[in-house]
Design a protein around this ligand. Structure first.
Ligand SMILES: NC(=O)c1ccc[n+]([C@@H]2O[C@H](COP(=O)([O-])OP(=O)(O)OC[C@H]3O[C@@H](n4cnc5c(N)ncnc54)[C@H](O)[C@@H]3O)[C@@H](O)[C@H]2O)c1
Length: 272
């Protein structure tokens, strides 16, 4: 797939043969209605998992569940009771909670430089991006501990590892929190058969990003120059990493900052 933002760059490769690594597993995905969550729901389902699609957007979440043959649960991931209900539904309808992909997140325009970002905007982003991950892990862990097995994947970002002069201060801080929280849980629960990893995507070719950069090509070019692969990721490429982390193929991958960033974090100077 090529992106209109990067026509001269090599496109993402076509998808390879389908694996069936998740047959019989139940996977809860938050933010399943759009972007990375939707691509992950599709990929996990294609590998045999029953996907419980959680989203605050009823229409998009229900469409994702219907397309993937899964179950839709409307959830606001900042609400403890709704989050508990999400995982309870997964357990009660399918008998296990094998995978938790805690992915829902926001990046609103009010979250900008620390000089202009107000406390309300700061708190809202912390709630949706970080407190939600705490709540989802807290709700998933009791089921996984009972089973003696589970894979938790929390969506952080490459900005948890690297600073940007074009700041979104609360977003960056929230993703740093997701990374630290995931690492600690991965260490604490490893001997109970539960792995916890933070997924750190680079910038993904989502509608939001396309819209942002269509308005400001100079801004797009300024970002692209930092990516050795010369293009943004496709959501399916991030979903492939999710499926790997969800499956037993990653059985010795734990407590990591699992970067899927096209080499951004490894780059000092990139080719023009
Ligand atoms: N897109 C990128 O370039 C990129 C890069 C790195 C990390 N991420 C992270 O990946 C995750 C997904 O991003 P995306 O680009 O796919 O976003 P997206 O906006 O396409 O999808 C996010 C989904 O989360 C849902 N959501 C938002 N608030 C919610 C809430 N309170 N409760 C439940 N659901 C809620 C939305 O309805 C939407 O369906 C986010 O955590 C984001 O920070 C994205």
């Amino acid at each position: 797939m090529s992106t209109d933002l990067t026509p001269e760059r090599p496109a993402a490769p076509a998808p390879g043969p389908v694996c069936r690594r998740l047959v019989g597993r139940t996977a809860v995905v938050t933010g399943a209605g759009s972007g990375i969550g939707l691509a992950a729901a599709r990929r996990l389902a294609s590998e045999g998992a029953h996907v419980v699609c959680g989203d605050i957007d009823e229409e998009a979440g229900a469409a994702a569940a219907s397309e993937t043959g899964g179950t839709f649960v409307r959830v606001d991931v900042t609400d403890p009771e709704q989050v508990e209900a999400l995982f309870r539904v997964a357990y009660e309808t399918r008998g296990s909670v094998d995978v938790a992909f805690n992915n829902a997140g926001i990046s609103p325009p009010e979250d900008d430089s620390i000089l202009t970002t107000g406390l309300e905007a700061w708190k809202r982003v912390q709630e949706v991006n970080l407190t939600s991950v705490y709540l989802c892990c807290k709700a998933a862990l009791p089921y996984m501990r009972r089973q003696g097995r589970g894979s938790i994947i929390n969506t952080a970002s490459f900005v948890a590892r690297m600073g940007a002069a074009t700041s979104q201060i609360s977003y960056t801080a929230s993703k740093g929190g997701v990374l630290a929280l995931s690492r600690e849980l991965g260490v604490q629960f490893a001997r109970e058969g539960i792995r916890v990893n933070a997924l750190c995507p680079g910038p993904v070719n989502t509608p939001l990003l396309r819209e942002l950069f269509a308005k400001d090509p100079e801004r797009a070019a300024r970002r692209l120059v930092h990516i050795p692969l010369g293009r943004f990721a496709e959501a399916e490429e991030i979903a492939a990493a999710v499926a790997f982390l969800a499956s037993d193929d990653s059985s010795f991958v734990n407590a990591t900052d699992f970067l899927v960033d096209g080499g951004i974090s490894g780059a000092y100077v990139t080719p023009l």
